[in-house]
Design a protein around this ligand. Structure first.
Ligand SMILES: Cc1ncc(C[n+]2csc(CCOP(=O)(O)OP(=O)(O)O)c2C)c(N)n1
Length: 273
């Protein structure tokens, strides 16, 4: 059996971590660190940036350079790092509230620029840290602290939003499909351009308990039972796909990358071209 090497990236002295029993965030973080190992990128050149939330605590448990910033603003900080130091590999870890509500505008513009960073959304369908308010990814009819009679809004499909905004690698996995997330992180880190992974996580404490799934195990079984691979989904009629989550590599394309374009501007301004 291959030696387990990804543990070296954990700051065990910071444990136990803050996540509740059954939370999917630790599983997703483990998948990310395995993906970092598999990508064979130089860990001393990797920076992990997060905003605020349960998910955004992840970089604090990782023995790599990291920034824990302000709510919704991980992408502006990450953009600054990447533009100043294009030689670094930059990853953003964000929650669904952090990334798609307060940080939603930053998300669409980072994707539009095709900035060469990897963004992983720990998508638990809820604001976990502040006790279960609905987010733009909370499913319709779900119960939430701020929707005690059922949620009336339609959620974003964050992968489709990323594609529409110009992202060039877009994928979805789940905590149940952690091996898939590992491989997606590896591909995302190697991809030149804006790479987005919607990693479905579970929050039994604030989402599951209100929505008839009391434990993390029940929620992971739901991930297993509702996930459909993107290749299979392409052959299924729309009505059969209702209520399903499409997983896999959803979109891969090539486009000019922001820091390379910016370097061309610097060269022109300094009379080199
Ligand atoms: C400017 C600002 N607004 C609101 C908050 C309160 N706040 C902290 S975490 C959080 C929600 C985090 O939810 P999400 O991003 O989905 O991550 P999770 O905790 O579910 O992993 C909010 C609203 C804050 N810290 N700063």
């Amino acid at each position: 059996m291959a030696a387990v090497t990804w543990h070296r990236h954990l700051r065990v002295e910071r444990m136990p971590q803050i996540w509740c029993a059954g939370c999917g965030h630790g599983t997703i973080l483990g998948a990310i660190l395995r993906g970092v190992e598999k990508s064979e990128i130089d860990p001393s050149k990797l920076v992990i940036v997060s905003g605020i939330g349960c998910s955004s605590r992840a970089p604090g448990y990782v023995a790599l350079d990291g920034l824990h910033t302000t709510h919704g603003r991980a992408l502006p900080f990450a953009t600054g790092i990447k533009v100043a130091r294009p030689d670094l590999t930059v990853m953003v870890i964000s929650g669904d509230g952090d990334l798609s509500a307060i940080g939603g505008n930053h998300f669409i513009h980072a994707a539009r620029r095709n900035l060469d960073i990897t963004v992983v959304c720990f998508n638990n369908s809820i604001y976990g840290m502040t006790s279960g308010q609905y987010s733009p990814l909370t499913p319709r009819d779900a119960m939430a602290t701020t929707a005690p009679y059922g949620h009336i809004e339609r959620p974003f499909d964050l992968c489709q939003l990323a594609i529409g905004a110009g992202a060039t690698y877009v994928a979805r996995g789940t905590a149940y499909h952690a091996g898939l997330v590992t491989n997606q992180v590896t591909r995302a880190l190697k991809h030149k351009g804006f790479a987005f992974i919607d990693a479905i996580s579970q929050c039994p404490t604030y989402y599951g308990r209100r929505n008839r799934m009391k434990t993390g195990v029940e929620m992971m079984k739901a991930q297993r039972d509702t996930a459909v691979n993107v290749k299979r989904a392409a052959k299924m009629p729309a009505e059969e796909l209702a209520g399903k989550i499409i997983i896999g590599d959803i979109h891969v394309s090539q486009a000019s990358e922001y820091t390379e374009e910016y370097q061309r501007v610097i060269d022109r301004a300094q009379g080199r071209t």
